[in-house]
Write a protein that binds this ligand. Structure first.
Ligand code: WQD
Length: 337
């Protein structure tokens, strides 16, 4: 298929771009490079011998997006472009709603103009808020405790409304749990601008000596060792989940939510243990207070994706840590020289 990736230079987008090219799809990317680097496409080409057609533009430029959709006769879109830092979203709600909601509306208008009817939306486990039941399945109620999560819920609801008004649409809501790791080559990976928010890049910065100690946000949760439990999923498994969802969507109309997680929860201390054992790098840490907004445990019931998409995460936390360290160690400054 001819597929457009918005935000295709980003962490999940670039790994999905690679997997789509490997699967034989024709890929076009629109990215404003506000939180990514075009060098990633040189790396993708050196891995698989192919590269996407790339446009530097903003997804809010609806006319520009529809021109690209028409010029390349795009058949399906994966919408990655958006901002995703929970804390930052509370400080800058207008920027988050403009990027994440208005950006999606602009894209959807462009798709309507170009008559493109297949869309996979990059959603998040954040839409489940503080889950009452874990593992979480797709029927769990959604709620948000921050503008980032609310923006994801808003777009999901907009997409549901669109499919009620237009039964020719094929839409997947892909709810990611905690993507970590990197392609095994160590040539592409997560390259957070500024101070990372997430556990795994912070562990890597401590392991590489860029940061002295990891702060563990609380060890008094009702969990196996008191630290927070999450469903970490290798970014390559996540990328393959997108390829499977796109194939599945071609014949299915309506809107369909899928949890893309492993179904296994790991605590912070368990991840640190795995990282140290797998890489041989020490990860000194100190326990500090809980982080506002954190939940004790959150992990997926991903059986629907397994049943419907024929997709199941294969890679272990050890492999996630191995590949994360390989990327970090080979690219201490990310894509910047
Ligand atoms: C994981 C665990 C922390 C950092 C993520 C992303 C968010 C969204 C939802 C995309 C928690 C603990 C972390 C640190 C720590 N993703 N931790 N010390 O909270 O599940 O949210 O998923 O939509 O962008 O943030 O992931 O990596 O921030 O935290 O102890 O320095 O690690 O308390 O238990 P989280 P995380």
């Amino acid at each position: 298929m001819k597929v457009l990736l918005t935000g295709g230079a980003g962490y999940i987008g670039s790994h999905t771009c690679l997997e789509l090219l490997v699967a034989g799809h024709e890929v076009v990317v629109i990215d404003n490079f506000s939180n990514s680097n075009p060098i990633v496409f040189d790396r993708i080409e050196s891995i698989c011998g192919r590269r996407p057609t790339v446009y530097q533009d903003d997804v809010c430029n609806s006319d520009g997006v529809s021109e690209v959709l028409l010029a390349h006769q795009i058949q399906a879109v994966i919408h990655f472009a958006g901002l995703k830092a929970l804390g930052e979203s509370a400080e800058q709600p207008l920027r988050y709603y403009n990027n994440n909601v208005q950006g999606s509306l602009s894209l959807l208008s462009a798709m309507k103009t170009a008559k493109v009817r297949i869309l996979a939306f990059s959603s998040s486990a954040t839409v489940y808020g503080s889950p009452n039941i874990i593992p979480i399945n797709e029927d769990a109620p959604t709620s948000a405790t921050n503008p980032y999560g609310r923006s994801k819920i808003m777009v999901e609801e907009i997409l549901r409304d669109l499919t009620v008004a237009d039964d020719s649409l094929h839409i997947a809501l892909l709810r990611y749990f905690n993507p970590v790791g990197a392609h095994e080559s160590g040539l592409i990976g997560e390259d957070p601008t500024g101070i990372p928010n997430n556990l795994m890049p912070l562990i890597s910065q401590v392991a590489s000596g860029r940061r002295e100690v990891l702060q563990i946000y609380g060890d008094d949760y009702p969990t196996v060792d008191g630290t927070g439990i999450r469903d970490y999923i290798h970014v390559m498994d996540l990328a393959r989940g997108h390829v499977a969802a796109l194939d599945w969507l071609q014949e299915r109309k309506g809107v369909h939510a899928f949890n893309l997680g492993t179904g296994q929860g790991k605590s912070v201390l368990e991840v640190i243990q795995s990282y140290e054992t797998t890489t041989g790098q020490a990860v000194p840490y100190q326990i500090v207070g809980r982080r506002l907004g954190d939940v004790a445990a959150c992990y997926a019931d991903s059986s629907l994706a397994e049943r419907e998409l024929g997709w199941k995460a294969q890679l272990s936390v050890d492999e996630m840590c191995r590949d994360e360290w390989n990327w970090q160690n080979n690219n201490p400054n990310g894509y910047r020289k």
